[in-house]
Design a protein around this ligand. Structure first.
Ligand SMILES: [Zn+2]
Length: 266
């Protein structure tokens, strides 16, 4: 897997020499009393289990059957404090809940959509919900970076702390037709199938500078997800969160398809 500069992306294990040992502190504020953030929102999981849906989990490398909403598969190693995990991120958690509910209800019909309009997802006034949705995706990314023993970039923190844009972060919403096809082809007992995907975390490092220079991952609900990239040297200002809608790219047209494979045989 290579980026646009021809550098090969690597997993956390392969660039472990650039990692920072976990210091036992909240990566957002530095507090030392930590709680475990869910990789998938409890509300997502609870809704799925009560409806009898078969829930599969994949990190892009392996696939597992999630037995219940408290499964360890659904949690990161604790790396946020209760204040940051709850009160401080309440608005972004709420925005993700609404987005996720919308996708659960509409994933099949979104297959032909080029956009997801925020007015269909969020109650009025729409206000800052779209920004908060982006902040949720980035909070999740921060947990993943920290859980893999890497330093969360300071400008990612700045965005979570209220910056309106970030030149080092790019995010694209996508629809995976391949995954939707898998979800439609449910098995004999005719229960519906839902896939929650917490994509692998890949990165490149600069040997001369001795640092990680980009981090990439995905976060999805069923066939809809976000590809997120932080790059130290990027000068983009392409945040999707200022418009009235998300552009929904076909996953097959986005870079790093390996993040989203291999697919489970359902
Ligand atoms: Zn904190």
């Amino acid at each position: 897997m290579e980026n646009e500069h021809g550098q090969r992306y690597r997993t956390a294990d392969e660039v472990a020499e650039y990692s920072t040992p976990f210091d036992g502190k909240c990566w957002w504020c530095g507090d030392t009393t930590l709680t475990g953030e869910h990789k998938f929102k409890r509300v997502d999981l609870k809704g799925l289990f009560t409806s009898g849906t078969k829930v599969l989990w994949t990190d892009g490398m392996q696939v597992k059957h999630v037995q219940g909403p408290n499964s360890d598969l659904a949690k990161f190693r604790p790396n946020l404090c209760a204040e940051c995990n709850n009160a401080r991120s309440q608005d972004s958690d709420r925005a993700w809940d609404l987005f996720s509910q919308y996708v659960h209800a509409n994933w099949d019909s979104l297959a032909d959509a080029r956009r997801i309009y925020f007015r269909d997802v969020f109650p009025k006034p729409i206000g800052t919900h779209a920004t908060e949705l982006a902040r949720y995706v980035l909070k999740h990314f921060g947990c993943k970076i920290a859980a893999n023993d890497f330093a969360v970039p300071s400008d990612l923190l700045a965005y979570l702390n209220g910056d309106e844009s970030s030149r080092s972060i790019q995010m694209a919403a996508f629809y995976s037709h391949e995954r939707a096809a898998r979800m439609r082809a449910r098995d004999d007992d005719a229960r519906s199938i839902q896939i929650l995907s917490n994509g692998p975390h890949i990165m490149t490092a600069s040997r001369s500078r001795g640092i990680v220079v980009d981090h990439v991952t995905e976060l999805s609900v069923g066939p809809v997800g976000f590809l997120v990239k932080w790059a130290a040297d990027q000068q983009a200002d392409t945040g999707f969160w200022h418009g009235r809608y998300l552009t929904l790219y076909s996953r097959g047209d986005l870079p790093y398809p390996e993040l989203h494979e291999p697919w489970p045989s359902l």
